[in-house]
Design a protein around this ligand. Structure first.
Ligand SMILES: [Zn+2]
Length: 860
């Protein structure tokens, strides 16, 4: 039988292009329980559940650069603190932690206390049991204040770090972080007063360092003692004290997120300008999609509204693609550009050295006129071929001197020229085969361009097969993003493209992760090119992209009480200035597996699991293996908790009333997600590729709602309109309803948010008064089904529109609100897939799934 455990298999995948594959061994010691139960309909083969296998770590060399953890981890981290050092409170252990400690003795059953322990078998609505109830006090800073990162920037799956790999294995939980390093923040402090870094490991000064021996600050990554910078040598004693007090006022000692204006030494090249290349598919299929009109309109608006200072920093070029490549040469004094058609698509070259990439400020009028004409220029085009590969080769030649961003609009299969692809979906290939890349052309293009500071974003429009499995390599290796739209019309393309053009953007980025000696990075996931084991090249730095990092514990942390993880992003802002954005998170260390399990943070864990599973699938593993691995992830965490509470009563599946209680439902949601659904009727693999990109390459909030959509009564939604911008994710989820059809059993109107779409669901039972609050009609029958919601002149309708508007601003995705009518208390067919807790297509419902987990864990 194949090993279907997610954790060991995933740990083999660090930067596969550049790192050797390391074998991972699974001990033969675990207690193995064989079961004949089919937990999921697709799992036809007998499976084993191993509790808890002792995993040996992958034999990675230390990814920590610049020092040896063995020589630093044991340094004086517990030495007496100088009298200047503020007093640190003892690590707070929440009151209910104490209760877990006695549970670990195995003699108490507290299933009657739902505040602390839940029986998941008897919890039909797990959402109403509250949030994850993690109430340990945040870490105090050097100044004695509480400092925490804004949610969603760096979140660890474990908010209490195991002191050793042995303890981590006892919890059987995935360990890693979800990171969105350039996420829009509410407050961003920018310092121009110089950058202070550790002399050994180059960690940036942060709120969690310590002052020792009066005039030294101790790095919380490598524990080196660094001198506090002085402006002159001979201070008196009083001046020394004052000097340290001034140092303690530095903003980076008060804020977990800081931005610095980087000095010249951080600029490895002089910024001249950046090029925006737009590659438009103009084949016959593209004409039918009619996307050009929308794209050109949005682009014109953006150029017209752009700050005139910024226009100096950008060049723009247009490349149109059908069976040939169409370039446009602009000349000063001539109102229209001259078109050049490159017909040698096997070896394309630029006919003239200049005039194709032009300055926004000098050619603004001509560019705007061109964008006006472009949508109708190729209306009679009958070409059904597309040579995208050749066109990108030409784009590379055009922009490689300065680097920049290539935005590709693709509606058809690139079937001619370099990197030509075939209609594989018509061949007798399996889903797994179709998900593999057809050739390496686009991957190599992406990797080469990443080195040239060129990144790709891909807008895939329409249902036509494009072989996205292969084309997705373009954004994947250049830190770009893939956007997918089934068709034009009532979709979200215009709003998404508007945000795409207007969001804050950086270029030439380098991201580096540092962490306290003893921790290690296993694998980076998502759209990034891993330069060294702990750093990522980012030609495009977008606030919308996120990624996941699987971590491990390399050395025992038993002599320290806290660890730090620091993410530093060096980038060039659109105004040309070089900046560094630094985020630091500090987490306590513990040897208590129950405290660690209680600290499990489900949101980053879902992001990490989704990334690991997509990565596993992209490597050619079968869908069944990916699904089994997900199922194992749910059973492992709860199985470990079961083992630590060995006297659990049979028939129950106990879980602490914390993040881990949501592990089964989110895994269930992943198993029903488009990417992992075992519906073999699904022929359109492009949809799966798009689904995988949306699931893994965006913010945590977007991922979470794609896995388990948010369903609420409309009145509960409207209550949160005010302040929605600043609501935390748990606050946003308050009052959510379970995702089964019985939730719709009142005369009410509901709101469903699946991250990529919003729906207003109107129950047939809804009374006419309620209906007229939101619709310009007096009865259910007269409401138009499956259309975009239109605001009317009532206070509730206006509030709802405001909610949608704010939600779209809060996120990296612009969604419209679609009206859906529900007849006879039934969920309409088009919405079945979002009501994941229901039984559907002869598959298990959520409670049956939990039952299966329980059987797997307890059937010994
Ligand atoms: Zn250091």
């Amino acid at each position: 039988m194949q090993n279907t455990n997610l954790m060991p298999q995933m740990s083999m995948t660090i930067n596969q292009d550049h790192m050797p594959m390391n074998p991972v061994n699974v001990s033969t010691n675990p207690v193995t329980v064989q079961t004949a139960i089919n937990p999921m309909p697709n799992m036809q083969h007998q499976q084993s559940f191993s509790v808890p296998p002792t995993l040996q770590k992958a034999n990675f060399s230390s990814p920590i650069i610049g020092f040896n953890p063995q020589t630093t981890a044991n340094q004086t981290c517990k030495s007496p603190i100088d009298n200047l050092q503020p007093t640190y409170p003892e690590m707070n252990v929440a009151p209910n932690m104490q209760n877990y400690n006695h549970l670990s003795m195995g003699n108490v059953q507290r299933i009657d206390d739902p505040l602390r322990i839940l029986d998941l078998i008897n919890t039909t609505n797990v959402w109403e049991t509250g949030g994850d109830n993690f109430d340990e006090t945040a870490m105090v800073t050097i100044n004695g204040s509480i400092s925490s990162l804004e949610p969603g920037i760096i979140q660890s799956t474990l908010r209490v770090i195991p002191e050793s790999d042995k303890i981590l294995q006892k919890t059987r939980l995935p360990f890693g972080i979800a990171v969105s390093p350039f996420k829009d923040t509410r407050v961003l402090k920018t310092s121009k007063s110089g950058i202070i870094r550790c002399g050994a490991c180059r960690t940036y000064l942060n709120p969690f360092v310590k002052i020792e021996r009066r005039f030294k600050w101790k790095c919380n990554i490598c524990f080196r003692l660094n001198s506090i910078p002085k402006t002159r040598d001979n201070y008196t004693m009083e001046e020394n004290d004052e000097h340290v007090l001034v140092f303690l006022e530095r903003p980076e000692l008060r804020h977990s997120t800081m931005q610095f204006v980087a000095p010249d030494s951080y600029c490895h090249r002089t910024f001249n300008c950046s090029i925006m290349a737009f590659v438009f598919d103009i084949s016959k299929i593209a004409k039918n999609q009619r996307y050009l009109e929308v794209a050109c309109r949005q682009l014109s608006t953006r150029i017209s509204n752009m700050d005139s200072n910024l226009k100096d920093n950008f060049l723009i070029t247009f490349v149109l693609v059908d069976e040939f490549i169409h370039l446009f040469k602009f000349t000063i004094g001539q109102p229209k550009p001259k078109e050049y058609i490159i017909s040698d698509i096997d070896d394309p070259f630029i006919p003239f050295p200049s005039g194709f990439a032009i300055a926004l400020d000098k050619f603004e009028t001509q560019i705007l006129d061109f964008l006006d004409l472009l949508p109708t220029m190729f209306e009679s085009n009958s070409s059904d071929s597309n040579c995208l590969g050749s066109a990108l080769s030409l784009v590379k030649q055009l922009i490689q001197v300065f680097g920049g961003r290539v935005t590709i609009f693709q509606t058809s299969l690139p079937n001619v020229g370099q990197g030509a692809l075939s209609a594989r979906h018509k061949k007798d290939l399996t889903r797994e085969q179709l998900l593999l890349v057809a050739n390496d052309y686009y991957k190599e293009m992406s990797l080469t361009c990443t080195d040239l500071l060129i990144g790709f974003d891909l807008f895939a429009i329409g249902e036509c097969y494009k072989d996205l499995s292969t084309l997705a390599c373009l954004p994947k290796y250049s830190n770009g993003q893939l956007y997918q739209y089934a068709s034009m019309g009532e979709n979200n393309f215009e709003g998404d493209f508007c945000r795409y053009l207007n969001r804050e953007l950086g270029i030439d980025g380098l991201l580096k992760i540092r962490f306290t000696a003893g921790l290690g990075i296993d694998t980076f996931y998502s759209n990034c090119f891993v330069k060294t084991p702990d750093s990522v090249n980012m030609p495009i730095v977008s606030p919308d992209s996120g990624f996941a990092v699987k971590m491990f514990i390399e050395e025992s942390l038993d002599d320290i009480d806290r660890v730090a993880i620091q993410v530093a992003l060096l980038y060039t802002a659109s105004n040309g200035s070089r900046k560094v954005r630094v985020h630091t998170v500090c987490l306590p260390v513990s040897n208590d597996p129950l405290r660690i399990i209680k600290s499990f943070d489900i949101v980053p864990a879902v992001v990490l699991l989704a990334n690991m599973s997509v990565d596993k699938m992209n490597q050619g593993n079968s869908l069944e293996d990916c699904r089994d691995a997900l199922f194992n992830a749910a059973t492992d965490g709860l199985g470990a908790y079961h083992l630590l509470n060995c006297n659990q009563t049979k028939g129950h599946l106990l879980a602490p009333n914390s993040g881990i209680k949501l592990l089964p439902i989110y895994v269930f949601g992943l198993l029903k997600h488009l990417c992992f659904d075992d519906n073999r009727k699904l022929k359109n693999v492009d949809k799966v590729v798009g689904g995988c990109q949306y699931l893994t390459n965006y913010s945590q909030e977007l991922t979470i709602f794609q896995v388990c959509p948010l369903l609420k009564r409309i009145d509960d939604v409207l209550k949160t309109t005010k302040g929605l911008k600043d609501l935390t994710l748990p606050e946003l989820m308050k009052d959510r309803l379970p995702l089964f059809s019985a939730s719709l059993n009142t005369a009410d109107i509901y709101f469903l948010d699946n991250g990529l779409n919003y729906y207003i669901l109107v129950n047939q039972l809804a009374c006419n008064d309620v209906i007229s609050d939101f619709f310009d009609v007096s009865s259910f029958d007269r409401i138009e089904d499956l259309v975009v919601y239109k605001e009317i002149e009532t206070s509730k309708s206006k509030l709802l529109s405001e909610y949608i508007k704010t939600l779209n601003k809060r996120r990296e995705k612009y969604n419209k609100l679609i009206v859906v009518k529900c007849y006879d208390n039934e969920v309409p067919y088009c919405m079945y897939k979002y009501f994941i807790e229901d039984k559907a297509d002869f598959k298990l419902n959520y409670i049956e799934f939990v039952e299966t987990i329980k059987n797997r864990i307890t059937s010994n």
